[in-house]
Every structure is written in C-alpha cells, then in structure tokens.
Ligand binder design. Sequence first.
Ligand code: AGP
Length: 367
Amino acid sequence: AMIGKGEHRHFMLKEIYEQPQVIGDTLNAFVQATTGRITLPDLPFDIAAIPRVTVVACGTAFYAGMVAKYWLEQVARVPVELDIASEFRYREAPMPEGGLALFISQSGETLDTLEALRYAKRQGQHILSVINVGESTIARESHAVLGTLAGPEIGVASTKAFTTQLTVLACFALAMARARGAITAEQEAAISAALREVPARAVDVLNHDERLRVLAHEVSEARDALYLGRGTSYPIALEGALKLKEISYIHAEGYAAGEMKHGPIALIDEDVPIIALAPNDALFEKTASNIMEAAARGGKVLLLSDAPGVERMRDKVRWTVTLPTVHPFVSPILYAIPMQLLAYHTAVIKGTDVDQPRNLAKSVTVE
Ligand code: AGP
C-alpha cells in the first residue's frame, strides 16, 4: 500500500509522532497480558548460559547497541563487546564458542552488518537480530529474531526504528537479567513498570515540540554543535549529533561529558551550542559539573533534564527543556525524541531535504 505523510509535512515528522504508538506495539509483544511480566519468545539458546555478548551494527542502530551494552552490563551483569560492523567484520576478533552475537538493523539489509553476522556464525556464535523488516536477509540468516514493530520507516534519518530498537533491547536486557538471577524481583518490577509507562511519557515529550522548534533557530545559526552525556545518555548524545549532521549538514559531535576536558573543551566558545543530556540519575552531579565547566568558558548550554535537574541548573545554563521524571533505565528512550525534533526543526529552518538528505541512502547495501 502507498504510505502517506498524513497531516505532516515530512515523513520524518510523521515517524517521530508515531513513536508512542509503535513503542507501545513493540512492547506489547513482550508483555505477558495477565502478569505484566516482560518475557521473550522461545530462543534456540539459553540466555542464562551466555558467557559474552557481542553487539554489532551501523549508524543509529549502533547507538541503540551502545545503550544495550550499558543495560546488559548493568542489569544482566554479562560482559558485552560492541563494534561498528565495518570494523568488526575485518578485524578478525576471536569469539569464544557459545557466545551470543547480537545484530541490530532497521532494514535487515545493511551489507557490513550482514557480513559481520556471517563472520560471527563461522565463529560458532548464537545469532540474534533485532530487525524492523521481517522479510530481510539478516532476519533470514539469524538463529532468532526479535522484531521491532515500527512499521515502514521512510525518512532516511532513523527515528521510530531507533526507539523501538531500544524498547526491544530493554526487554531483552531485563529478561536476561532475570534468567541470570542478576536482579531482584523488586528491581525487575520497577523497570518493567517504567517500560510500560514509556508510551505515555513519550506523548509528554512530544509536547515540547514547539519549544524545540524555537530552540532550533539557535542551533540553525551555528557552524558546529556539541552534544554531551554520560552513561546511557552518551549514546543518545552521539545519536543527537548524527541526526543533526545528516539532515541539517551542521557539524556536530557527541562526546562523553567526562571526556570533554581531554580535548574538545578547547572548541568551546559562544558560537558552539552545547546540548547537554542530563537525566536526574546517579551520574547527574558528574554531568552537572561538566556543564558548569563548559558554561564557565562561555559555552551556551541547552540542558535537557527533568524538573529537579532543571531546577538545580537553571541559572547556570542558557536554555532548558524539562522532560518527565522517569526511572533512569528508560531515560535514553525518551531523551532520543528531543534529539530528533531538534534536528528536524533545524533542518527545516535550513531548508534542506529532510526526508532525503544529500549523499545518503536509506539502506546501505554496498561497501
Ligand atoms: C540513521 O539515521 C542513518 N540513516 C543510518 O545511520 C542507519 O541507521 C544505518 O545505515 C543502519 O541502517 P540499518 O538499521 O538499516 O542497518
């Protein structure tokens, strides 16, 4: 069937707005109706016995994998290796038998990811993929597939595929944590409750659209932008920078906030907006002090945090966006949305081709 943009000006904006729905659909596939428990379909390997997980993907899917690394290590206590597919497939990494190789791809056709999968298979790994297009080569060549129910994604800039990937990976991490006895029943209940709340909180986040459109005018005047975060906000900072680069053509870098003083702080002046992601989690104070270092050097900071974080930092930063207070485990899913909106509005202001940016293909099936 023909897919239209509906009331939206671009596919990208339509797809951003679909997120509460498709995150909910994706989640429902894992939530047991009667108990509310998050479960996985039967897998052809035992997740409790996996000695090591290797996560491989490209682009935005790679950043989803990076969030998954933090989640899996933290809650499931399993060692995780992570790489981009174009590096992984050639670096001849030794992979101990019986490990799990996890591939993430919207299209299921990305050539480097597919070749990395074939390498991992030759290395005796169990192959699990998180895929949006069920009838794809990567899905076919995997031992098991966990589907994202994002529906067709037309905009070249990935949005709803990313947040549904995170949703699946969160469920996977939680199920693995339980299977390995790595979390208590209380911790599991708290995280699954937080996950079930994500669609409703995503609606709250979308309510900041107009504010982000106004802030996009500031970003649209910059030549460079810096995105900062720690923990699971670090991959979201990388994803925010990628979104801005690919559709607005503004140079952007994502950095781990704590790494800033090792070099990039030299870039800071009034012309480089700093987008700081700082949910009020265990790392908040650490990020806050990095933000103050940047502000002290003339950096104009846009802080994304929840009410307590914004309250604490309001007079230190130039702009704030107050996101809902949620369990820290789910904040990367929600903080991805303002990254998308900021990039989208900046691109519209710059007049670029939002859905079909120059030089890019939706699915990279060549080397
Ligand atoms: C995301 O906005 C990009 N267009 C790109 O990085 C994309 O995520 C990457 O090419 C991976 O594609 P896949 O998920 O279809 O494998």
